[in-house]
Design a protein around this ligand. Structure first.
Ligand code: FAD
Ligand code: NAP
Ligand code: SF4
Length: 699
């Protein structure tokens, strides 16, 4: 165990988190490491300034160490065609812009070196074995002995270039199923030469890379290894192999291990919001018995309180917070100053980060649309404060109100309900989406500290806005300069015979517990909300799974001699029999998130939900829901009666726009955002982005 240099005065709020950490020649001011995330800005030279600004903002926010997204050590190792790499002196010059910006902002930055292997979206790719990638289309070339040695050299060369570019450390990507991990695992390494077969042979590639890198960089230059300590794939590594590899890494000159969990193709979710916080820290803690170099824990660590608890237990030296630093670049400084209630906590939704990365879009954050747009979406102080009315305290209205107030505008927020959050508060009641409550907490606090006047239980009319009687102010001061209409959406009531039958209820009524729900339920509509509601209906009233139950549900093995630690999932039985029905033919849940959709689809399947596509809704009566079912070609295949106690309607939403015309016609400056603007394809990502953009657009 490393013994950190004791600070003169321990931080009163998070003493362990704010203790410096020594990694070889580098002293981190605190234990918060911003883990590597590919943003899409790495790949194009003209995005260098944007990338520098993105990292500099996080350095100013107090991150102990920033690790860049992965830069390839060769063209064959690129994540995407023409993706970011570190292979020549021109690239060194480009990267000095980044390292300079971070250093000027008072931060430290490490470059992650990656070879994607079979995970490359790249026609030139090479890989350890013959097994094709299940996530990318291009075929790869199985590496020859000559290519292997060349690849080892490229790691050394790139490490040397990174040091010359001013990086404070490098991280070798050895996890998540990328090339190094592909060599380590029998799952992807079917070689019969000296690079495959026995544990020693499979580990040889990484050992040689470490030796080569150590040869090429200065003795005190930190080399961090991102090591997969739980592959969660069949034929993954056993614990003994992982422990042995960690010991070898230390022996051959790795200065810290940043632990990594799960491959991209793993059947166990590892970072989505339904994964319990810190679910995998125990794996990192177990490694403590094997090595004495610093260990960094990662995955679903999103608050300083949780991080402090981990560090206090004394078996881990630092925590990796990647997405939490996207959501709030000032997380470390806020924690340091005892203002952790002001942190915009990452909710693990993946909607604007990983989901974007996997479809080649620039990464941002659902909660913080400025992420990746630091130079273009700015919220500078206003020179002339305006009196702004924001109507509706859903995500759109909250983002608009807080951002406008932060800029110095005088903001009043009107909400018809008794609390803030809008539809998002319903989302927070779904099992596995409890993190969404953090967003409500964040906005509650931000409204307070930014002096927004909040009117709860106040459904305002256009007249009250126009004559100023809605305002807390009096006389001329009550008149509004701008009105932001963020009145959101209401559930759509489809036109089905019997829709007013007492057994029918909206998703809001079901989730908010306004109505009793029977044991057999049909859900109309299999969109995002239909899936969420179905999951809600299949579990009991206190849905949060403890870690043990969650591991059972997803088949995480307690027996670490099992390769990859995966076993047969043992889900808890459903508390209700649920039918999930949609009109479209074909597979359900196609529109769910790229990286989270499979988890929802698997969760519904494991609860035995009957999924019916291609249905038309004929009638709802005392017998239940009468449907006609069609095949993919639209031919009728039969009629059915789903004998249920209740029907829950999740058939999309409609905009609430009753204030738009009267206010616009009256000539007042109006801005319509979120669901009020457009109900189709609405999500909190768009709502918050529009709210932030409207605040940025005010003079
Ligand atoms: P709303 O949330 O509808 O808020 C509008 C607010 O305006 C309401 O509070 C309403 O009371 C108020 N209002 C209306 N008229 C007036 C008036 N005249 N005066 C005062 N107040 C008024 N999105 C995601 O991105 N990811 C998810 O995982 C996700 N999961 C979801 C799960 C569920 C179960 C549900 C129901 C929604 C989910 N959503 C999710 C959708 C997300 O919550 C909505 O897209 C988002 O809330 C829309 O924001 P909004 O501010 O435009 O509208
Ligand atoms: P949605 O995804 O558009 O789904 C609406 C569903 O209702 C569809 O399955 C549609 O399918 C059905 N439908 C539409 N009109 C109907 C009608 N007249 N009669 C019967 N069925 C009808 O919308 P949503 O589920 O309400 O979700 C709203 C938004 O919240 C979505 O845009 C989503 O992005 C967001 N959200 C996201 C997540 C997430 O995990 N990322 C989770 C929840 C919600 P058919 O037409 O085939 O029947
Ligand atoms: Fe976290 Fe969601 Fe933002 Fe990604 S988009 S950083 S998961 S809050």
């Amino acid at each position: 165990m490393t013994s950190p240099t004791a600070p003169v005065t321990p931080n009163p709020h998070f003493p362990h988190l704010f203790t410096p950490l020594q990694i070889n020649g580098l002293t981190l001011p605190n234990r918060i490491v911003m883990g590597s995330m590919h943003t899409g800005l790495e790949d194009r030279v003209w995005d260098t300034d944007k990338l520098a600004a993105y990292y500099a903002e996080r350095a100013r926010g107090g991150a102990g160490l920033i690790i860049t997204g992965g830069f390839a050590t060769s063209r064959a190792g690129q994540l995407v065609i023409l993706g970011g790499k570190m292979t020549n002196t021109l690239e060194v010059v480009r990267h000095r812009t980044i390292t300079r910006a971070v250093h000027e902002a008072g931060g430290l930055i490490a470059m992650q070196l990656i070879h994607a292997g079979r995970y490359g979206y790249n026609p030139f790719k090479v890989a350890a074995g013959s097994e094709p990638s299940p996530i990318h289309p291009f075929k790869h070339l199985k590496m020859t002995d000559r290519i292997i040695w060349h690849t080892i050299k490229t790691f050394g060369q790139s490490a040397k270039l990174a040091e010359r570019a001013g990086y404070d450390a490098i991280e070798l990507m050895g996890g998540e199923g990328y090339l190094i991990n592909q060599f380590l695992c029998p799952h992807t390494n079917d070689r019969t030469d000296k690079w495959g077969g026995s544990t020693e042979n499979r580990q040889r590639f990484l050992v040689e890379i470490i030796k080569e890198v150590r040869k090429q960089v200065s003795a005190d230059f930190p080399v961090i290894l991102r090591q997969s300590i739980a592959d969660f794939v069949k034929n993954g590594q056993t614990w003994d192999e992982i422990a042995l590899m960690a010991r070898k890494a230390e022996e051959f000159g790795v200065d810290a291990i940043n632990t990594d969990i799960g491959w991209h193709e793993a059947g166990v979710p590892t970072i989505v919001t339904s994964v319990p916080r810190g679910a995998f820290v125990k794996f990192t803690e177990r490694l403590r018995d094997e090595v004495s170099i610093p260990l960094i824990a990662s995955n679903r660590i999103n608050t300083p309180e949780f991080a402090e608890d981990i560090l206090e237990r004394g078996r881990v030296d630092a925590v990796s917070m990647a997405r939490p630093m996207l959501a709030d670049p000032d997380l470390p400084n806020k924690a340091r100053d005892g203002r952790s209630d002001e942190i915009n906590t990452c909710i693990g939704c993946n909607q604007a980060c990983l989901d974007h990365a996997f479809v080649g879009k620039k990464v941002s954050c659902l909660l913080n649309p400025r992420a990746g747009r630091e130079t273009t979406l700015t919220l500078g102080a206003t020179r002339r404060a305006r009196h702004v009315a924001v109507i509706g305290a859903g995500p759109a209205g909250l983002a608009a109100a807080v951002s406008a107030a932060q800029r110095g505008h005088r903001v009043e927020l009107f909400e018809a309900g008794e609390s803030i959050g809008g539809q998002f508060s319903i989302a927070a009641r779904i099992p596995g989406k409890e993190e969404f409550n953090e967003t409500i907490r964040y906005y509650t606090r931000q409204l307070e500290i930014n002096n927004v006047t909040v009117h709860l239980g106040k459904r305002v009319s256009a007249e009250e806005i126009l004559d100023g009687s809605a305002s807390a102010a009096k006389g001329e001061a009550a008149k509004f300069d701008d009105v932001v209409i963020a009145t959101g959406v209401v559930p759509r009531i489809p036109d089905i015979p019997g829709i007013d039958h007492p057994m029918v209820m909206s998703y809001a009524d079901a989730v908010l517990g306004r109505r009793d729900i029977g044991k057999r339920v049909a859900v109309i509509g299999a969109g995002g909300i239909g899936f969420d509601v179905t999951e809600f209906l299949t579990v009991d009233e206190s849905p949060t799974l403890n870690l043990k139950e969650w591991e059972q549900e997803w088949g995480v093995s307690e027996d670490l001699s099992i390769p990859g630690f995966v076993t047969k999932p043992r889900p808890l039985p459903p508390v209700r029999e649920v039918f999930l029905v949609q009109r479209k033919p074909g597979r359900q849940g196609k529109t769910l998130g790229k990286t989270s959709g499979w988890v929802h689809r698997a969760a519904v399947k494991m609860k035995g939900v009957e999924q019916i596509s291609g249905a038309t809704y004929d009638l709802i009566d005392d017998e239940g829901l009468h449907i006609t079912v069609h095949d993919k070609e639209g031919n009728e295949t039969g009629k059915r009666v789903l004998e249920v106690d209740n029907v829950v309607v999740c058939a999309g939403q409609e905009s609430v726009r009753d204030l738009v015309d009267p206010l616009t016609v009256a000539g007042i400056t109006t801005h319509v955002i979120g669901g009020a603007d457009l109900a189709s394809e609405l999500d909190a990502k768009r709502a918050i982005r529009q709210g932030t953009e409207v605040a940025a657009s005010l003079p």
